[in-house]
Design a protein around this ligand. Structure first.
Ligand code: GDP
Ligand code: MG
Length: 787
């Protein structure tokens, strides 16, 4: 008897090629009965053994959807060839193995001709044929059909299989399917009409897959309903387990098997990674798409950072019904710390130093650690994936116009050019990779315009206060403005200050790869730690100095005490004739009313405290009810509280104005008014010459000092938001000024070190501060026209 071999595989896998190689010209065209699909069969001699070879139609699957599929599968099921040669395109392994899985289900002898290994190799894929053979339980022979390579081995393997009648291992599916298959297979076996023609397990799988041919066969059965019931039960079970219908579950299980097997045996070389990289780069570095993608990435960066840092996602109760944000938690912590100091430390200067000077400023800066952390996290991912180098590449084409060169972009990115997560100090140092001195100098002079991590807290505070609804958009705008500023300055510096030719650009583009979690976390933590360290050392020291400048010299407190006493006297007179008079008899009226909440601190007056407490309660009731007629005593007490607040606030403001910093701030006011800055901002901006973080800390102190300290401490953004002298325009101008003015002291030191001259450090400070002032003034004055 002549052995029969069927060649099956995906279209274009090389079936016909292989068939021609084996049969030579010994071929005949045939037709399957009843269908128009043609097939070719040929004859060959396998070491004296004569064989018939059939070239089946190419298919991707063996469902019953197309004629080709039905023909191929019917041939295998009905004609039972002695062996199937499954031609698999090695350069498209996963997709080809999907068909292989279905051939394996048919439980007939199979050999894989792992074809096109030459193409796969060119792609950089090396496939371990032995391993694939072990996984599938069938011989796998690497071939190059177009050049006749591997055919003798394939022929030998065919004879071997035919003689031993070796069957492949059963395919393993997802556990839901594995669970129902044995029983369903058994059920199918009870019907000779089904399992006589088809392999029983295959029939079972096909029924689960809603295969029309099999379903029709089932309907013809005499006792169809029994099997149908069992099928429905199995389907329901699969649905319950996977929430999918059984057909989808089967297809997915096959894909899972094919993809798992392909991954297991394929090794991607550096070359193929390189090729993947080239594919990605064709999009990412595209002239038009590149910048669009870059903008999208930066926008997502901001949305991500703000979402993580300021979104309420940390549960604050065990029942998961209240949530807080990382920033919110830190704010609460520092507020608590501050009130702890306020209630437990009596010495005024020490209380002020700790609460306003240290907790106020360091707390303000530390409150932004989550923001910085998530910013660094995102940037670390971009950096490790290889995207940052592309950014340099994309931006180069644009920046060349402005007199910068490709590598200067790296310095800008390190300085914060991707958003607000950098630092100009390493940025200035990163310019060392630029060989051309002049390019380098221009880069050094514009890099500090980038939104470094230190500017972030101030930005975030002002945005929270005035632009809370469009945080991401606002940060995005600031990012664009910082670049516009840097580019324009580079352009003019190149024209008027640092003249000279530009050098051509070569940029190394590393291969993309998936960053490791460990690497990213270490990187992020390291940078965040540097930020915290800076806050705890330099910023702390400067804050204490700034606090002292704002606290001393002290004014005499007598006028304030007098003012409060006068208000209290007024209250006593107003309430003298009322039953409440006794409440306001003693000294330190304001204090004892506060303490009414804490009876026991003055034991001997316990009764009085109780009454005062009741009064304060009553006051609140009257306040809450709009319709009630308010007793005169309550009105008087309200007025007293207001008067007292005014006195205290006025005094605090006078005190701040009287201080060293206040005086300096005041001296600058005539000038700074053009840009809309009050003396308080002047103080903060002077502090910012040392480090930009100090701006926020100092503002925190300045606004905290100017307030009634008995009040519950509030975050700076809230204070400013409710301050009538602040508005969106002022906030925006302030943002722009902070972005542009003078690099911090540490950056200046770096500039001196890199350029070798203090002259450039001084120039950098002078030109950027002047520019910042001019810009701020222009924006403010124009804004006033519309605001
Ligand atoms: P079929 O659709 O499966 O019958 O595929 P064909 O046999 O028609 O082959 C498709 C194309 O792939 C033809 O151009 C063949 O020359 C080519 N080809 C087949 N096998 C190989 C191989 O191993 N290596 C290479 N490089 N090309 C092959
Ligand atoms: Mg063909």
């Amino acid at each position: 008897m002549m052995f029969r071999i069927a060649v099956a595989g995906n279209p274009n896998s090389g079936k016909t090629c292989l068939f021609n190689q084996m049969t030579g010209s010994n071929q005949r065209v045939g037709n399957y009965p009843g269908v128009t699909v043609e097939f070719i069969k040929g004859y060959a001699d396998f070491s004296e053994e004569k064989v018939e070879i059939i070239d089946l139609p190419g298919t991707y699957s063996l469902t019953a959807y197309s004629q080709e599929e039905i023909v191929a599968r019917d041939f295998i099921v009905n004609e039972r060839p002695d062996v199937i040669v499954n031609v698999v395109d090695a350069s498209n392994l996963e997709r080809n193995l999907y068909l292989t899985t279905q051939l394996l289900e048919l439980h007939v002898p199979i050999i894989i001709a792992l074809n096109m290994v030459d193409v796969a190799e060119k792609k950089g894929h090396t496939i371990d044929a032995d391993k694939l053979s072990a996984i599938l339980g069938i011989p796998v022979i690497p071939t190059v059909a177009s050049r006749g390579k591997g055919l003798d081995k394939l022929e030998a393997a065919c004879l071997q299989i035919i003689k031993n009648k070796t069957l492949p291992k059963a395919v393993t599916y997802s556990h839901e399917l594995q669970h129902v298959l044995p029983e369903l297979t058994e059920a199918v076996c009870r019907y000779p009409e089904l399992c006589g023609n088809f392999p029983p397990r295959w029939a079972a799988v096909k029924l689960l897959e809603d295969d029309e041919v099999l379903l029709a066969k089932m309907k013809e059965l005499e006792s169809a309903s029994v099997l149908e019931k069992e099928l429905q039960a199995a389907k329901a079970l699969i649905h319950a387990h996977s929430n999918e219908d059984s057909a989808t579950a089967v297809v997915e299980a096959r894909y899972g098997f094919a993809s798992g097997a392909a991954k297991e045996v394929t090794h991607m070389s550096e070359v193929s990674k390189r090729m993947l990289t080239d594919h990605i780069d064709r999009i990412v570095c595209n002239r038009i798409l590149g910048p669009v993608i870059l903008c999208a990435v930066v926008y997502i960066l901001f949305e991500f950072v703000f979402g993580c840092a300021e979104g309420n996602w940390i549960p604050t109760s065990f029942t998961f019904d209240s949530f807080s944000s990382p920033v919110g938690l830190l704010e609460t912590f520092f507020e608590w710390l501050s009130s702890l100091v306020n209630t437990n430390i009596a010495t005024p200067w020490l209380q002020s130093l700790l609460s306003d000077g240290i907790i106020g400023s360091v707390g303000s800066v530390m409150g932004f650690v989550p923001l910085i952390f998530f910013m660094f996290l995102f940037i670390a991912i971009l950096e490790d994936s290889g995207y940052i180098a592309r950014v340099a590449f994309i931006m180069d084409r644009v920046l060349r116009v402005f007199g910068l060169q490709g590598k200067s972009i790296l310095a800008m990115i390190v300085s914060g050019g991707l958003g607000a997560g950098g630092c100009a100090v390493p940025g200035v140092m990163a310019t060392r990779t630029l060989r051309e001195e002049k390019d380098r100098l221009v880069t050094i002079l514009v890099a500090p315009f980038m939104n470094c991590g230190a500017k972030m807290p101030v930005y975030a505070m002002l945005i929270a206060a005035f632009f809370a609804k469009s945080r991401g958009l606002m940060m995005f705008a600031l990012w664009l403005i910082s670049w516009a500023l840097a580019l324009c300055c580079a352009f003019f510096l190149r024209k008027f200050v640092v003249k000279g030719e530009q050098t051509p650009f070569v940029m190394e583009l590393p291969v993309y790869h998936v960053p490791t979690i460990k690497g990213i976390l270490m990187d992020t933590w390291h940078r965040t730690y540097m930020f915290i360290k800076k806050a705890a050392t330099i910023i702390l020291a400067i804050s204490v100095i700034m606090w002292a400048l704002m606290y001393y010299p002290r004014l005499d407190t007598a006028p304030m005490t007098k003012g409060i006493a006068a208000a209290a006297e007024n209250l006593r007179q107003k309430t003298a004739a009322t039953p409440y008079a006794v409440l306001f008899a003693g000294d330190e009226l304001d204090k004892t009313i506060e303490e009414a909440d804490n009876p026991g601190s003055i034991q001997s007056q316990e009764q009085l405290h109780k009454q005062r407490k009741a009064f304060v309660k009553q006051l609140e009731l009257y306040k809450a009810d709009e319709n009630s007629k308010v007793p005169e005593a309550v009105v008087a007490f309200e007025r007293f509280t207001k008067q007292k607040d005014v006195v205290v606030n006025n005094f605090a403001e006078q005190q701040l104005l009287h201080s060293f910093a206040g005086r300096l701030g005041k001296i600058l006011t005539p000038l700074s008014e053009f840009a809309g800055f009050s003396w308080r901002e002047n103080i903060a901006l002077i502090g910012g010459f040392a480090a930009k973080e100090v701006v926020l800390g100092t503002m925190g102190t300045a606004y905290a000092l100017g307030r009634d300290t008995v009040d519950k401490p509030e975050p700076l953004s809230k204070i400013i938001q409710h301050d009538p002298s602040w508005n969106k325009l002022r906030a925006f101008v302030f943002l722009i000024f902070i972005m542009a003015y003078a690099p911090c002291i540490v950056t200046l030191a770096a500039i001196k070190k890199e350029t070798g001259k203090w002259r450039w450090a001084l120039f950098s400070t002078a030109y950027s501060t002047t520019l910042a002032f001019i810009l701020a003034t222009i924006i403010y004055q124009i804004g006033l026209l519309f605001y």
